[in-house]
Design a protein around this ligand. Structure first.
Ligand code: ADP
Ligand code: MG
Length: 344
């Protein structure tokens, strides 16, 4: 490797008493990457972030930033900054003073820090709002102030712990786009923590999927979504139809664990058994805007979900209660590993 990774975690472990919050994590994040840690609540994401920031000391393992071992360094000796979910703005300070705070602590003169803070407010599209108090801003605007405050000191790595979690859906989607643009403009490494799979898929260059303190899959959004390596990932990231054991032999025709995404299955009327196909009965059709979710009880005994695009035409609702055949391309059958293992 020619350049050192922005972050390298080696055998990183953190236990709280008998709780193994982080359990042997190996990870390299490249400079400039938008990297997400995705997993359910309690899977160890925040603890990994706090270890990188230096707010927690690992039970074992090491943390390197740009090739330097920082495992035993204090938070302020690490070139990272954190954006918290609750923003943690100072209510008595103006927006500009909030953003300039980190520069003041570093001893920068008044004129220069005002200029730098104003420029940072411009990058987050808040130019002109510097004189307001945080209470005079919307949730989305407060979020952006927190972002400006964290980036104004020009950290090499920005850690973001569910920063959009407090926003409503519309605002969150808008902020997702802006976050991505800001990250591109600044060119710094983002480590973004979320439990929202769609958010991770939308924003990230790569994603680490966490479960019980471990990384169970590491890959690009496309790899994670289209090639989930085990049934946990297949279930957690989007919905999947997972076939195991005897069911796999009957439906897929092979022994093993397999998954087929709902949008990769086609529904046709009537019962026509064949290869890469299964027969069943439609129990429910659910209109979801651009598509319809069709719930089918297979004759083999398992319930599956199929997602049909609504621009295909035809009245899907008519299918309820009727016999249908589901079919798929052999290439859309994803083989799942039964072991939850991963490598750097
Ligand atoms: P996530 O951010 O993925 O929701 P966390 O990293 O916050 O997960 O927590 C991982 C596990 O570690 C959880 O079981 C949590 O209860 C536990 N944990 C986190 N911090 C502490 C702490 N300070 N003391 C005891 N247990 C903790
Ligand atoms: Mg958390």
């Amino acid at each position: 490797m020619t350049t050192a990774p922005a972050i390298r975690l080696t055998s990183l472990t953190k236990s709280f008493g008998s709780v193994h919050a982080v359990d042997g994590v190996h990870l390299d994040v490249a400079p400039g990457e938008f990297f997400s840690m995705l997993g359910p609540s309690g899977s160890g994401k925040t603890t990994v972030l706090r270890l990188i920031a230096g707010f927690e000391t690992p039970t074992s393992g090491t943390i390197e930033l740009f090739g330097e071992d920082v495992t035993s360094k204090a938070p302020f000796d690490r070139d990272v900054n954190t954006v918290f979910q609750d923003y943690a703005l100072f209510p008595h300070m103006s927006v500009l003073e909030n953003v300039a705070y980190g520069l003041r602590v570093r001893g920068m003169g008044k004129q220069e820090r005002r200029e730098r803070a104003a420029a940072a407010l411009e990058t987050v599209r808040l130019a002109g709002l510097g004189d307001r108090k945080p209470s005079q801003l919307s949730g989305g605007q407060r979020q952006r102030v927190a972002l400006a405050r964290a980036t104004v000191v020009e950290p090499k790595v920005l850690l973001l712990d569910e920063p959009l979690g407090a926003l409503d859906l519309k605002l969150r989607e808008q902020m997702q786009v802006e976050l991505k643009e800001i990250q591109r403009d600044l060119g710094i490494t983002f480590i973004f923590v979320t439990h929202d799979q769609e958010e991770a898929l939308t924003l990230s260059d790569r994603i680490a999927v966490f479960s019980e303190g471990r990384i169970v899959q590491l890959g690009t959004p496309r790899e994670i979504y289209e090639r989930p390596s085990n049934s946990f990932v297949a279930d957690f990231v989007g919905t999947s139809n997972v076939f195991t054991g005897e069911m796999a032999r009957t439906v897929v025709g092979t022994v093993g664990d397999f998954s087929i995404r709902p949008e990769r299955m086609r529904v046709t009327a009537g019962s026509k058994p064949g290869t890469n196909a299964a027969t069943g009965t439609v129990v429910e059709t659910i209109y979801v805007g651009g598509s319809t979710r069709v719930v089918v009880d297979l004759d083999a005994g398992q319930r599956v979900n199929v997602l049909m695009s609504n621009d295909a035409g035809g009245d899907v609702d008519k299918l309820r209660g009727t016999a249908v055949t589901l079919s798929w391309a052999a290439a859309d059958v994803v083989t799942l590993a039964s072991e939850n293992t991963t490598t750097r």
